[in-house]
Design a protein around this ligand. Structure first.
Ligand SMILES: Cc1cc2nc3c(=O)[nH]c(=O)nc-3n(C[C@H](O)[C@H](O)[C@H](O)COP(=O)(O)OP(=O)(O)OC[C@H]3O[C@@H](n4cnc5c(N)ncnc54)[C@H](O)[C@@H]3O)c2cc1C
Length: 475
């Protein structure tokens, strides 16, 4: 096992894509196998040293950044253990990089439907945040494809949890070895959601660990469901005049012949962030929709018939491999450019990740527009997974006064989203940045119910200190 203690050797582990800057660590453990993971946990548990689990470091809420104690990086647990083509299942160690996994699957004509957007993330990080990906409009989030996990608890106990084998009983108890874990009284909304511990009556034990942001144990391996490779998709980017897109999307959703893999929104501000990379973005005030779908009989005509009904400013369609890649870059470049900009202006990420049920989305969208109009001095970007009623609203406060203003605006939006039956985090998680928002969603009682679960499974509270709930609640 590699152990590092020099501060400059740990620097890169004290960041992720949040620009959270309070990271501190005394030591970094890089185990090479599960036995070494257990040794690390035993060492930290015995000495009561907080242990923060590190994946690919692409998280957006500071989850892998320790405030104190040690780091356990799963980067050497990077083997694809098996790939069963017939059963369409893969067993992976948790440090497998998504990009490597997807490339291996390609050679076998298989596909992993969560198709996580950020390919340098690890599969373990994806499970721990219940990440969604590029095709989540069609396929949903990571949770739906996880069949089995291996988790090491702070006691050193190895849990092998298989989906479909252990459910909460009628009293709301989940049995884990000799422990009974009470399912919280709140209900995780039935929409895209990565906020706090999953909770439903009769829930599967595996779902407690998926999305638990490194607070309950170290996931060392997982078995995931695959599907046959998709036939080659095409991409369209349609530039609409403002206020046309919602109507268009509701037509898309109502048209049974259209079944896009993704439906992504880019507001005027987003297009501004992309203009240097894509100078032919129209200059007029407009918004864009990115659509991806497999080729199929009459599909393009079907789309053309729908688009024809609208007065669109421009439409780009991928024609070959090169233009396809260019349009994929259009989508990927935006979050990257935004993260770079946050760093450039030395601002901590202030971004909303709210999703709401289908019938409430227009109300939230209008609310966002009003927030922008009422705060014209604050730079914003609104983009994302409009097909799933889930947009990322990013704010770029430049000083403390603006930061305070944005904090208030965010809280107003969160209250609105929660009031509409939504979630404060559809995919990025809570980490160290959104405790307060989670409380708005589940109330103090819900937070204490999560803390109770945490303490049952990790009595000395070594894992993921300050993730999901503030460390002060664990004292
Ligand atoms: C440009 C960009 C685009 C992105 N797009 C999306 C998107 O479309 N959808 C989306 O959902 N996210 C997106 N993200 C966020 C990010 O990729 C995901 O949150 C991802 O799942 C994090 O994985 P990671 O391996 O980088 O985890 P890390 O950032 O290293 O850690 C994330 C959390 O998981 C915990 N963790 C990591 N590994 C383990 C393990 N083995 N056991 C237990 N806990 C563990 C950590 O402690 C931490 O709390 C994007 C990020 C970037 C930079």
């Amino acid at each position: 096992m590699i152990i590092k203690r020099e501060p400059d050797e740990m620097l890169s582990y004290l960041e992720d894509s949040s620009n959270f800057q309070k990271g501190k660590s005394e030591s970094l453990y890089i185990p090479e196998d599960e036995k070494e993971v257990i040794e690390t946990i035993a060492d930290c548990s015995n000495k009561r040293i907080p242990l923060t689990i590190s994946g690919g470091g692409t998280g957006t809420v500071g989850g892998r950044i320790p405030l104190e104690g040690a780091i356990l990086s799963v980067e050497k647990l990077n083997k694809i253990i098996s790939l069963n083509k017939e059963k369409k299942r893969a067993i992976l160690q948790s440090g497998v990089i998504i990009e490597d996994f997807l490339k291996t699957l390609e050679t076998q004509n298989l596909f992993y439907p969560p198709f996580p957007t950020e390919r340098t993330a690890f599969i373990g990080g994806n499970l721990s945040t219940n990440a969604s990906g590029e095709y989540s409009y069609r396929f949903g989030s990571t949770r739906g494809y996880v069949k089995k996990i291996r988790v090491i608890l702070s006691s050193g106990e190895i849990l092998e949890i298989e989906r479909g084998k252990c459910f909460a009983d009628i009293n709301g108890d989940l049995q884990i070895g000799d422990k009974k874990i009470k399912v919280p009284s709140y209900v995780t909304p039935a929409i895209k959601c990565s906020a706090g511990y999953f909770s439903r009556s009769g829930m599967d034990l595996i779902d407690l660990f998926i999305g638990s942001e490194g607070t309950l144990g170290v996931i060392t391996a997982a078995e995931v469901q695959l599907i046959p490779a998709l036939s080659s998709p095409f991409i369209m980017i349609i530039f609409f005049k403002e206020n046309e897109i919602l109507k268009f999307i509701s037509e898309v959703k109502g048209d049974k012949k259209l079944s896009p893999l993704s439906l992504e929104y880019f507001d005027k501000g987003s297009l501004g962030f992309l203009k240097k990379d894509f100078p032919n973005i129209p200059d007029e005030r407009c918004e864009a929709l990115y659509i991806e779908q497999e080729e199929g009989e009459n599909i393009l005509e079907e789309w053309a018939n729908l688009i024809e009904k609208y007065e669109v400013i421009d439409t780009w369609i991928s024609q070959d491999k090169k233009t396809h890649q260019k349009l994929i870059n259009f989508r990927h470049r935006l979050p990257e450019n935004i993260n770079d900009y946050f760093k450039k202006i030395k601002s901590r990420k202030m971004a909303l990740d709210i999703a709401v049920p289908e019938n409430s989305f227009k109300e939230l969208f209008d609310f966002y527009q009003a927030l922008r109009l009422n705060n014209p001095q604050i730079e914003t970007v609104l983009f994302g997974h409009i097909g799933e009623n889930h947009l990322h609203f990013n704010f770029f406060p430049r000083d403390e006064k603006e930061r305070k203003k944005v904090a208030k605006v965010c809280e107003d939006a969160i209250r609105k989203g929660v009031g509409l039956g939504g979630t404060v985090s559809a995919e990025h998680g809570i980490g160290k940045l959104k405790h307060k928002y989670l409380e708005l969603m589940y109330g103090e009682k819900g937070i204490f119910e999560m803390v109770r679960i945490k303490k049952e499974l990790d009595p000395y509270c070594i894992f993921g200190l300050d993730n999901i709930f503030p460390k002060s609640l664990l004292m």
